[in-house]
Design a protein around this ligand. Structure first.
Ligand code: WT7
Length: 656
């Protein structure tokens, strides 16, 4: 195999952290149980999942066929079984833990509410009756456009309860994005709110919804409007209904409608390498199974835990680790409506202290933003209840990992760096917190029953340590996406075509070290080819961020006459006015720094300083936009979700 075909890994991180012994002693998943799971999975892959599905899911009708491969790679799990996802998350707990808190909510203004499993069950029942009275039936689509309030979870479960397919659209998306998604789903109902709170401001959800509906969306019959902020909004007679009025007369009891195991639970839109977002379609039983199992395995959930996954329900993380997995596992889930730094940088830590958060699951971008504010803020809060930390969404750079470990975890909490995707439904690669030694920047090892590998362009397994390649999953798993809504060809093309339907192609590049640990290098389309060397952009970013003066960095490729591609780095320095602190000397220093860390080949040809990086409301850096700017190409991206539009000029170098 040719060296050129591999993605070269140049980031070497040698620190290893054994699971803290107090944690390890109490962890629920023990080494012998893990070994047994691994043995069973290796001996009989399908039988392994079937056994877990029987044990962990309350079936309305048990399945007899575990996996239907007749339409592969459209795999169907537990096909002839029937269940209700809502009943599995709610009804199931009523006898044993009906009075246990299911949801603790804190609004951005500081208001709080908590709902027991019993109360949540009743609210979901009322809304399910409301949906039913509006004529909605199993299979109908419902779009949910709400702030992160308990009603978002109630709405998702009410849909699941009647078998309707929900599609949550993140409240930060514009009217146009909402319209596109509604139209793609063909939804009959929109559930929204007057507004929500973010950064001290009202996010005008209803007016955005009105605009979306005025531009099209012919399938929408009603909009159900939850009153959150209380500001004046327009209500269209006949179409719009207030949530509180609609549910007032409804019974809290609604017998959950059982659906087939592969009945779609939800659609969730995610961007691909081409423009149009993909409606990722997930099943009911398989999805629920992996969400529940990973909630238990990866987060070691115990009855007394307060689990805070900071993701919005507009993202898959908020589906799998807010609305479904932890509730299926009977946990207490914390949710927070607003911005992480409102009214100040201590908000996250204050929430942890006030509500006794024991498990915190957040994203590297948030960790870096909070790290930038210094140690004193988290140090002034009581974080002693936290016992486990998690990271998701992008590779966590070792600097941020160490800070998270030291300042938030106070060196006693394991960190689980969890790799997965909207498409995978649940975590596939992650440490098991009581068992797996961690290395900063590595998501470590695949979970039991998950067969991942790294392959080269020809689909051959890359066995040489630290040699990069395509991250693939070699066997179907229960929570895998079923298809792309309305476009199965795109499903086949995007995820299966590359290796002739043999492997699921995640679209990430990765390498595996001598211990078999996985290191995600970035998206394949973010891979640079510099003078025949393929470099993961993330590794260069990580090196830059390791410099004491750098807060954030994003690296893209720029066409280069001789080298093919040149490394173009956007850098945000530490401090209050990052660009003002930049200089040519610092630029040189950073270039040599990267040269030292990674080798001369990875040295950025251009460094452009900025006060910020362009991010979507979910915190993802808009790389395609950065690439367009670096190449002086016209910007064709949808900028409606850009958190900080003013940054464009600076990125172009016009304001420097
Ligand atoms: C992509 C999926 C999974 C929920 C949030 C994002 C990147 C995700 C990690 C991680 C390195 C990661 C990958 C993946 N990613 N987690 N722990 N380490 N990279 O879901 O929007 O579908 O994005 O996020 O590139 O393919 P998503």
């Amino acid at each position: 195999m040719e060296k050129q075909q591999n993605i070269e890994s140049v980031l070497i991180e040698k620190r290893v952290f054994a699971p803290p012994s107090t944690f390890a002693q109490q962890a629920q998943l023990k080494a012998d149980a893990l070994a047994e799971l691994q043995r069973r999975a290796a001996a009989d892959h399908v039988g392994f999942w079937a056994g877990l599905a029987r044990q962990h899911i309350a079936w309305h009708k048990p399945f007899t066929r575990a996996l239907d491969e007749s339409k592969a790679p459209n795999y169907r799990w537990f096909v002839d079984g029937e269940l209700s996802v809502s009943a599995n998350c709610l009804d199931r707990h009523l006898v044993e833990r009906g009075n246990k808190t299911a949801i603790v909510f804190e609004g951005e203004p500081g208001d709080t509410r908590s709902l027991s499993y019993r109360a949540l069950h009743a609210e979901v029942g009322r809304l399910a009756n409301t949906l039913h009275s509006l004529g909605l039936q199993a299979g109908d689509r419902v779009v949910i456009y709400l702030p992160l309030v308990p009603e978002a979870i109630i709405a998702m479960h009410a849909c699941a309860r009647i078998g309707a397919v929900h599609s949550v659209v993140f409240g930060g998306f514009s009217a146009l994005s909402l319209k596109d998604r509604i139209e793609d789903t063909g939804a009959r109902l929109l559930i929204t709110a007057d507004g929500g709170w973010r950064g001290g401001q009202i996010v005008e959800l209803k007016s955005a919804a009105d605009k979306a509906l005025s531009l099209g969306c012919p399938t929408i019959e009603h909009a159900l409007v939850y009153r959150r902020t209380g500001q004046d909004i327009a209500m269209q007679a006949g179409r719009d209904l207030w949530w509180h009025e609609a549910v007032a007369t409804q019974s809290p009891d609604f017998t959950a409608v059982p659906v087939a195991a592969d009945h779609p639970l939800f659609l969730l839109y995610t961007s691909g390498s081409t423009g149009k977002p993909k409606g990722i379609q997930h099943s009911s039983a398989g999805y629920l199974l992996n969400c529940k199992l990973t909630s238990e395995w990866v987060f070691d959930l115990r009855p007394e835990d307060v689990f805070w996954c900071t993701a919005d329900v507009g993202w898959v993380t908020g589906h799998s680790y807010v609305a479904y997995g932890p509730l299926a596992a009977g946990a207490t889930v914390m949710i927070y409506e607003g911005a992480p730094t409102f009214p100040d940088g201590g908000r996250f830590w204050k929430i942890c202290e006030r509500h006794g958060v024991t498990i915190l699951y957040t994203a590297p971008t948030a960790i870096r933003a909070l790290m930038k504010l210094g140690d004193a803020i988290p140090q002034s809060h009581d974080l002693s209840k936290i016992r486990l930390l998690g990271s998701v969404g992008e590779p966590i750079n070792p600097e941020a990992w160490i800070w998270y470990h030291r300042v938030i975890g106070r060196e006693r909490c394991p960190i689980v760096d969890t790799w997965w995707q909207t498409e995978t439904g649940a975590i596939l690669i992650s440490p098991l917190p009581g068992l797996t030694a961690t290395k900063p920047g590595s998501c470590t090892l695949p979970l039991p029953g998950i067969e991942v590998d790294i392959v080269d362009d020809a689909g051959q397994s890359v066995t040489q340590p630290d040699a990069g390649g395509y991250l693939v999953v070699k066997r179907p798993w229960p929570s895998m996406l079923q298809t792309i809504w309305g476009d199965n060809d795109r499903y086949l093309r995007t995820y299966w075509q590359k290796f002739q339907n043999r492997y699921y192609v995640a679209g990430d590049s990765a390498h595996r070290d001598a211990d078999g640990y996985y290191w995600i290098m970035g998206r394949i389309d973010d891979v640079l080819n510099v003078a025949g060397h393929r470099l993961g952009t993330m590794e260069i970013e990580s090196a830059l961020v390791a410099h004491p003066r750098v807060a954030e960095a994003a690296v893209v490729g720029q066409p280069h006459e001789i080298k093919g591609e040149a490394v173009f780095a956007y850098v945000v320095l530490n401090g209050a006015r990052p660009v003002a602190a930049a200089s040519a000397a610092l630029s040189d220093e950073l270039r040599s720094w990267v040269g030292e860390q990674l080798g001369a080949i990875a040295k950025p040809d251009t460094i452009r300083f900025a006060d910020n990086l362009p991010k979507t409301r979910s915190g993802k850096i808009m790389r395609r936009l950065l690439r367009a700017v670096a190449r002086n190409e016209p910007i064709t991206q949808d900028l409606s979700t850009l958190e900080n539009p003013a940054i464009i000029e600076q990125l172009r170098g016009e304001a420097n």
